[in-house]
Ligand binder design. Structure first.
Ligand SMILES: Cc1cc2nc3c(=O)[nH]c(=O)nc-3n(C[C@H](O)[C@H](O)[C@H](O)COP(=O)(O)OP(=O)(O)OC[C@H]3O[C@@H](n4cnc5c(N)ncnc54)[C@H](O)[C@@H]3O)c2cc1C
Length: 385
């Protein structure tokens, strides 16, 4: 028989979602076990940008000073259009770009500091389901196959989530799923903005150049594109074209590539399922929570982490782990996110047409009322309701 370990709550995955959720639970005295298949610090393919909403949780959990030291404090966005015009979108709050290898380690340590137990190098391969209710997970840890039993399982295991697949909530609609590729360069001249380039040769999609980390001139460079428009070119070929043809790409020829290119899947929110069932809740990428168009997923991961932690606390108090009780989590999520997804999706068609983007950037620079509205929309989608 497999070895059995019991905890009140098991959180699968120690990305920003899982660590935030475990931290919120542990600081309320919950017996919580956070587990990850990797050994930290570990890399995660990402643009490294932490929006204001993420920073709110970072501050609340006491990790602000560490992130501030390790990250790059940027001023907002610099958008460029297919005709190479540019627009500066100054953010109202504090945003950082911290390499995920460092950021995720800080958040994992924060969860431990709050009282969570953490095990690394622990590969979860199935959920335990009894009488229609999830009652833990099965994992391989230190060479042993172990049943980790719990009252609640939080699936925070990212965009290829095993927990989501095991409970049958794994949407994969190409219109709502993106592919991303990124690598690091050094010696890149940049202003203090997160650059988003809507280049005519890579549309629809965009290329980013983000100052990242606490060393000046280090850039996280990448591309994000929707799977429904992905053609015969590889993502790397789009980047090569940008470097060859764009006035904003040319400087990368003189910069030094300091990491390999890595790709990953981006499941966005309009396809998200209900993300709960008896004994289980899915948060962050495991619940397909990424904001469409922008690709911001760390904010939604940390926000859904807090929502799931609050619901789990109520469930533990009531000793009720039924689907009916955990529906409160879905209600909170719908309340906050449905309107965000809807407002971003109204722009989806607009950003598929080069003339539209040229027109928007031009108008943004000439029309102060339009500019104010764009900033409101932009940062509304990036901040709390
Ligand atoms: C190219 C790219 C660029 C992006 N840029 C940005 C950006 O700049 N800003 C932003 O906000 N978002 C960005 N995103 C999205 C962002 O990376 C994700 O939304 C975010 O990482 C979600 O956090 P999470 O905690 O839900 O999952 P993850 O960060 O993916 O963490 C999941 C964890 O689960 C662990 N795990 C997985 N399977 C198992 C298993 N079977 N057993 C045990 N552990 C397991 C993994 O090792 C991992 O540590 C980007 C995504 C991509 C692909």
């Amino acid at each position: 028989m497999n070895k059995i370990i019991e905890r009140d709550v098991i959180v699968v995955g120690a990305g920003p979602g899982g660590s935030t959720c475990a931290a919120y639970l542990a600081r309320e005295g919950v017996d919580v076990l956070l587990m990850d298949k990797e050994t930290f610090p570990r890399d995660k393919t990402c643009g490294d940008s932490q929006a204001e909403v993420t920073m709110e949780h970072v501050k609340e959990l006491g990790a602000y000073e560490e992130v501030k030291k390790a990250g790059y404090c940027n001023k907002g966005f610099l958008l460029t259009s297919p005709d190479y015009s540019k627009a500066y979108l100054d953010a109202p709050g504090e945003r950082y770009t911290t390499p995920r290898r460092i950021f995720d380690n800080i958040m994992k340590n924060t969860a431990i500091r709050c009282g969570a137990e953490m095990i690394e190098d622990c590969w979860v391969y199935d959920v335990i389901k009894e009488d229609g209710q999830v009652k833990g997970v099965k994992a391989k840890y230190q060479g042993e196959y172990i049943e980790f039993r719990s009252k609640i399982v939080i699936g925070a295991d990212g965009s290829h989530s095993m927990v989501a697949k095991a409970i049958g909530i794994f949407p994969d609609n190409p219109v709502c799923t993106g592919a991303g590729l990124r690598c690091y360069y050094e010696n890149v001249p940049m202003e203090k903005y997160l650059e988003i380039h809507f280049d005519q040769n890579v549309l629809p999609g965009y290329i980013w150049v983000f100052p990242s980390g606490n060393r000046e001139g280090v850039a996280n460079v990448g591309i994000g594109i929707n799977l429904d428009v992905y053609d015969s070119k590889t993502l790397k070929e789009y980047i090569d074209i940008f470097i060859e043809t764009s006035p904003y790409g040319k400087r990368l020829k003189d910069a030094r590539q300091i990491s390999e290119w890595k790709g990953w899947r981006l499941p966005t929110g309009p396809q998200a399922g209900e993300n709960y069932d008896a004994g289980v809740m899915l948060i962050g990428d495991a619940g397909s929570m990424i904001l469409p168009l922008t690709g911001e997923g760390i904010g939604p991961a940390t926000e859904t982490a807090k929502m799931a932690a609050d619901t789990a606390l109520d469930a533990l108090k009531a000793n009720d782990f039924s689907a009916e009780f955990l529906k409160a989590y879905a209600d909170k999520r719908h309340d906050t996110y449905d309107i965000k997804y809807k407002s971003i999706m109204t722009l989806d068609d607009v950003f598929r047409n080069p003339q539209n983007i040229n027109g928007i950037v031009k108008r943004y620079n000439l029309d102060p009322i339009f500019k104010e509205e764009v900033l409101k929309q932009m940062f509304f989608a990036h901040s709390k309701k």
